[in-house]
Ligand binder design. Sequence first.
Ligand code: CTP
Length: 400
Amino acid sequence: MRIVLGVSGGIAAYKAAELARSLMRNGHQVQVVLTRAAEEFIRPLTFASLTGQKVITDLFSSASPEAALSSSVEHIGVAQEHDLLLVAPATANLLAKFAHGLADDFLSTLYLAFRGPVVLAPAMNNNMWSHPATDANLKTLRDRGHMIVDPDDGYLACGTYGPGRLAEEAKILAAVEQALQPKVLDLDGETILITAGPTQEALDPVRYLTNRSSGKMGYALAEAATVRGAHVILVSGPVALAPPTGVEVVRITTAAEMRDAVFANLEHTTVVIKCAAVADFRPSTEAKQKIKKTAARVSLELDPTPDILAELGRKRGNWLLIGFAAETENLREEARRKLETKNCDMIVANLVGQNSETGFESDANEVVLALRTGEFLPLPKASKREIAEQILNQILKLRK
Ligand code: CTP
């Protein structure tokens, strides 16, 4: 395949030389585009020697008016002739330009003219990486369907330790291969009902009981299923996430509302995925006014909420039923127990806890799939999106 390797100006720019070579070793043709800042870190000649191709550095050549004219439209030609755009390293500035559609140099202009898959491997200082502005730009780029290869943790050029180091080469190469795969609409015709996020159970007008669920796993499933052609109905508790494009969203707050929303949407559903972390208990009474502070100890009386998954398991319609199990211990035993007691086709079990690197609030997950055959399929730690793809692959196998 023909790949444009964009290099923007960060310390990690030197790693792009090795990356160019590895891409070629994988059978690709590589056209390198350097930003002006990248040229400060690494010379075009390095890439030209490695790739055997002219390296593009400027939107407007200063050589002659004719040359300037031809290079000013070159970005369109380069955009049309290539199958994938990879930028590694992608600086915070480059992400901001791409996110907002600024086109003031060759690479950002090429980006706007390019219609193929885009893979971005950011590298920057850890504070720049976690800045809300970078975060918002990344979200925009992800929502646009671009693949982001998150940076690794490590010692950074500025002397601090944290996330920001360009992802290891193998991860970038794998992302490129994945992005080059033709899009498969293998869930076309399926209507997938996904529940996501926590529920909130009110105690009084200002307080509620809830849990640490962020909704990220359910939203990743919704996005992955939509991209693969499914019609997705996302029944979501209160979360701070924007719903993926193309998904039908039903917003709820309490477990009782989630139950009603699920049962109201079963008619055309072919797969139910109960990813939500439903509160198991709700206050027995909801005070009409704010409960006032007193010196005395206060006890809460709680009633169980409806177990939606168990009720679906008793009802069983013409849909596959996939449950989740959030555990702090005995993962496999609990997954098996829930698979049987809630009459599911599969349980996705994960370890959760405040200090866990995976699970509720994190962007990564590591799960075990418990199947009705008695098998357990462990899925190694990966992004929630990648885990979502694998869960959907398994659902397709259950279909057969
Ligand atoms: N679930 C549900 N309704 C509830 C509680 C849980 O539908 N009131 C679903 C969850 O969406 C999940 C599965 O049941 O798919 C397992 O949830 P989990 O919280 O792990 O287990 P519980 O059923 O609450 O059991 P336990 O408290 O014993 O862990």
